[in-house]
Ligand binder design. Structure first.
Ligand code: HEM
Length: 939
């Protein structure tokens, strides 16, 4: 018994179908000599078909396909040979009759001349109920989610418009507004600017839609007549431009039909060949014109409400809609590459019943399709060729042929003609597509960017036309997300790299980062941070908890007091060391030299417990590295840390020095741990306070746990302690240094904000004393400028999580709908948290491109300070960084006025353009900041 054979589709007559050979249905039917086709030589196209038709391919009882050259129905044949459907599919779709040879999907070709009815399809539960109540109208108990794939230019109405758009029509189009009682219209308008589509918004939309669809016949007919007359006279408001032609077209086809007014409530999409839309249950839609391939769950359940002579079931339509509103893009299905094929694209809507492949094989080429674990039906829509399969099977095919392919059959599609061989193949597999396991499939269904290479793959970064590592920064204006109508998008590379989600949406971010140790989202391998071994940043699950339990206690008030005191001392040491104490004006060409040195010294002293100072002696030329130098070398992560380990063994001088530094520090740290453990044990025995640096506090917490019966499991080995100390150096050094540099640059560019901060410093601290750690909370304006600069230049610009299992994400479907879609992120899917886009999102920050420190006033900062991340794995060093920043800025801004250092002929605007831009330097950093300091007259 052969696994691949031709079948004969049925034709169904509909009064909206195209007539003549311009119809794809007619073309395929004629080419394949579908029996029962009556050709009328005298008709418009010489070949006038016996009616307007659609092709059905499948096992639906209203139009079952047969095997070519026989009277046997496909379903009968499949019932006798269930292996053609495949054991797993039979099992999974048993309820839908797969055991009796029924396929879960129905494949069709439609050629639409006249709009189809305004309709929706019930969900499974409603379908069962409707079928029970009215079996004459709702002929089966199945749901009918469907996908339409355009073969020619294709237009359709689909899904509700954004509420704000409907509200505009209420103003511009009096004929439409007249159908809606004033109370319903005014409560709709008052809620229409809401970005959320909660129950209130949905209720308002439902009231409005119901009011239109149940408007009294004489009233809507009068209004429709007025509207058509106005449009014919070309009296059209700007906002109506896009609907005029549609209204006139619908009215010419269905004069006086209430469905014409749906043009003011539904999206109108115009698509080209290869574009596809998916319509889930409860989404109102109407196909308007064009030829399409359509695939759906096997069902013929349609609830109609307008543009039709057929039965209208308005109560069930009104009650069965989801009332999600938003941009039409949320219905689009984005195709992706399939398996390792060259000429095949996969359209995969998020339902288990079907997926569709588009196969376009050029002349003299062939395409190998791996075996699909379920049955498929393919229709050849152009060209000639052959299908070949195992054991020498071969079937010649040409335009119009419809072929069944049994489960588990690998196929070769060979083009033997001069033209492209085009084929569409619908298939079903038993894998749980509700929780689908193929990464590319579900990700690509969601709207987003289709690119040749992933932005962050090696090729993406090296490609000169790609923004590479600056990708996030270049797209910060938020237009990137806006074009897709949602702030969670898919990025699907065609040639290199894996598909991923990118999000700038807090709701989604909370779902991803909010989980605890059993979270379904884990960090990817972060080899650049693992140089010294697993640590609190890179560990997962229980191991992470063990690390965090030892490290967290070190981040306490006495350590923050140390950070404050050391920062104040370091500022004074810097003034002396740089000999600025007596200067009135200081010019600094690159401010980062100072913020970097400061951040390094503070983390070395307060994190590592090192005794060092601003003017630490340099070693003699050729002499041994000092420990401070070694630390600086390894802390300033070299780009080599991103390369494989063997690269570090290459005979390059700087790499050898780096290795020496590593060795030195390793030995030093091990000795230090032993030394500190001995001291700390003594202190603990005597109940004495010890050193307040993070390293000492960690060793102390570890020792306490080692000796506690209760916490013995929460201890770290010496190597793990060392790994964490180095991690803290990496995590806290460049991030703080660059955020500080950005703060100074923005203050130089905004003198009014600087004066405001200066006033507060004078009020709180004045000139007669050094600032104390207790001033921290009074100096909120200083903290706010640091937060605002960190928002505009987020050092940690993106972080990635990977789904450890198939996991559901509730994602806002569109900016202005508030409607949520559930995306399934299959195991292995990455989601990139786009901190730049989040921090430039107008959804969370008004005027996001403006430097506005006052936005941080008030108590809701925790939620908004995105730069330090969220959830249980948020930044452990946030208070460390802000303490250091507030102390340093307070000292500096009290003593100096900070202004742009201009080059000859340069204006302040030139300076802003040059400096207030980002570059990538291990973290996202501001460009070199040249500033001029003028000593303030002390009052
Ligand atoms: C402006 C300065 C800083 C910024 C913007 C920053 C940002 C961040 C972000 C975004 C994360 C989360 C990373 C992820 O989940 O992928 C993080 C984690 C972390 N940061 Fe910071 N950080 C800063 C300063 C510091 C400092 C000064 C220290 C230590 C002294 C530090 C220690 C850590 C640690 C240990 C983690 C890992 C927490 C965990 O996974 O449990 N950070 N930081």
């Amino acid at each position: 018994m052969t696994a691949v054979f031709k079948i004969v589709p049925t034709t169904q007559k509909y009064d909206w179908g195209k007539i003549g050979l311009s119809s794809k249905v007619a073309q395929y039917a004629v080419a394949a000599k579908v029996p029962g086709f009556t050709l009328d030589e005298g008709g418009t196209d010489k070949l006038l078909l016996g009616g307007q038709l659609q092709l059905w391919m499948g096992t639906h009882t209203s139009g079952p396909s047969r095997l070519l050259g026989s009277d046997v129905a496909l379903s009968e044949h499949l019932a006798l040979h269930p292996e053609l459907i495949g054991e797993k599919v039979v099992e999974k779709f048993r309820e839908a009759g797969a055991g009796q040879g029924n396929l879960p999907f129905l494949f069709k070709v439609l050629a639409i001349e006249k709009a189809l009815s305004i309709q929706t399809h019930p969900d499974k539960k409603t379908a069962e109920q409707l079928h029970k109540e009215r079996p004459d109208v709702y002929k089966d108990a199945n749901h009918k989610p469907e996908m339409a794939l355009a073969l020619t230019p294709f237009t359709a109405m689909c899904g509700f418009l954004p509420l704000s758009q409907i509200a505009i029509f209420l103003i511009t189009t009096p004929e439409f507004a007249a159908l809606i009682p004033p109370t319903i219209a005014s409560s709709f308008v008052s809620i229409s600017s809401s970005n959320i589509s909660g129950p209130a918004e949905k209720a308002a939309l439902k009231d409005l839609f119901a009011a239109v669809m149940t408007a009294e016949e004489s009233a809507f007919k009068t209004q429709l007549q007025k509207l058509v007359q106005r449009y014919e006279a070309r009296e059209v408001q700007n906002a109506e431009d896009g609907v005029r032609d549609l209204v006139l077209r619908l009215h010419s086809q269905f004069p006086g039909d209430i469905g014409v007014f749906c043009a003011f409530m539904l999206n109108y999409v115009q698509m080209g060949p290869g574009d596809a839309i998916f319509l889930a249950a409860g989404e109102p839609h109407a196909y308007v014109t064009g030829d399409i391939i359509e695939c759906m769950a096997t069902s013929d359940n349609v609830i109609r409400a307008g543009l039709t002579p057929k039965l209208r079931d308005i109560p069930n339509l009104v009650s069965g809609l989801t009332y999600g509103a938003g941009d039409a893009r949320r219905h689009m299905v984005q195709p992706v590459g399939w398996a390792s094929t060259a000429y095949t694209k996969l359209y995969d809507p998020p339902i288990p019943e079907f997926s569709v492949l588009q196969v376009l094989v050029p002349p003299a080429e062939s395409e190998a399709h791996p075996a699909v674990d379920g049955p498929s039906i393919a229709i050849v829509t152009g060209g000639t060729g052959a299908l070949e399969w195992e054991a020498g099977g071969r079937l010649n095919v040409a335009k119009g042929d419809v072929v069944f392919v049994g489960a588990g059959t690998a196929l070769k599609v060979v083009n033997s003609g001069d033209a492209e061989l085009a084929m569409y193949r619908a298939f079903v597999e038993a894998q749980n597509r509700d929780l689908c396991t193929e990464v590319g499939i579900t990700v690509s269904y969601w709207p987003g960017l289709r690119c040749a290479v992933a932005p962050f793959s090696l090729l993406g970064v090296l490609n000169p036309i790609n923004p590479g590592v600056m990708w996030h920064w270049k797209k910060r204006s938020f237009d990137f997300y806006e074009q897709y109508g949602t702030d969670t998008v898919s990025v699907v590379p065609i040639l290199s790299g894996k598909p991923a989600f990118y999000t700038a949406n807090l709701e989604v971010i909370h779902q991803v980062l909010g989980g605890g140790i059993n979270s379904s989202w884990v960090k990817p391998r972060l080899s650049a941070f693992n140089e010294w071994g697993t640590n609190v940043l890179t560990a997962e699950g229980d191991i992470w908890l063990r690390h965090r339990r030892v490290i967290q206690p070190a981040f306490n008030n006495s350590m923050y007091a140390l950070v404050w005191e050391q920062t104040v001392l370091m500022y004074e040491a810097m003034m002396q060391g740089e000999k600025w104490c007596d200067q009135k004006i200081v010019e600094i060409p690159v401010l980062q030299e100072y913020t970097s040195k400061l951040a390094f010294l503070i983390i070395a002293i307060c994190g590592f417990g090192m005794k060092t100072s601003w003017t630490e002696e340099k070693r003699e030329k050729g002499g041994e590295l000092t420990i401070a130098e070694a630390l600086r070398l390894v802390t300033t992560r070299s780009p080599f840390s991103h390369f494989p380990k063997w690269v570090s063994k290459l005979p390059i001088k700087s790499l050898r020095t780096l290795q020496t530094a590593h060795r030195m520090l390793d030995g030093y740290m091990k000795a230090q741990i032993n030394e500190r453990v001995a001291i700390i044990q003594k202190q603990m025995n005597l109940d004495e306070e010890g050193d307040r640096d993070v390293f000492s506090l960690m060793v102390r917490a570890n020792e306490r746990n080692v000796h506690s019966a209760h916490d013995q499991k929460s201890t770290l080995t010496d190597d793990e302690l060392i790994a964490n100390v180095f991690l803290l150096l990496f995590a806290g050094y460049e991030t703080t240094a660059h955020s500080l540099a950005a703060t100074f640059a923005l203050l130089a560019a905004h003198p009014e904000a600087q004066e405001d901060v200066h006033r507060q410093i004078m009020d709180v601290v004045g000139c007669d004393r050094d600032p104390r750690v207790g001033d921290y909370h009074e100096l909120d304006k200083v903290l706010n400028v640091f937060y605002e600069a960190s928002r505009m230049f987020p050092a940690s610009f993106a972080s990635t999580r990977v789904a450890a299992e198939d996991v559901e994400l509730k994602v806002p479907a569109a900016f202005d709908s508030g409607e949520h879609a559930t995306i399934v992120a299959p195991k292995g899917t990455s989601i990139v948290i786009d901190a730049v886009a989040l921090q430039y999102s107008p959804r969370y920050y008004s005027d996001p491109t403006q430097f506005n420190p006052s936005r941080w006033e008030g108590d809701n900062k925790v939620e908004l300070v995105a730069g330090f991340s969220y959830g249980p794995r948020n930044c452990l060093g946030r208070r460390f960084a802000t303490t250091e920043a507030v102390a340093f800025l307070t000292m500096w801004l009290r003593d100096w006025k900070v202004e742009p250092l201009l080059e000859k002929g340069e204006t302040i605007e030139d300076w802003r353009l040059k400096v207030l831009d980002a570059r990538f330097f291990l973290v996202l950093a501001i460009k070199d900041v040249p500033i001029r300091l003028t000593r303030r007259t002390l009052v």
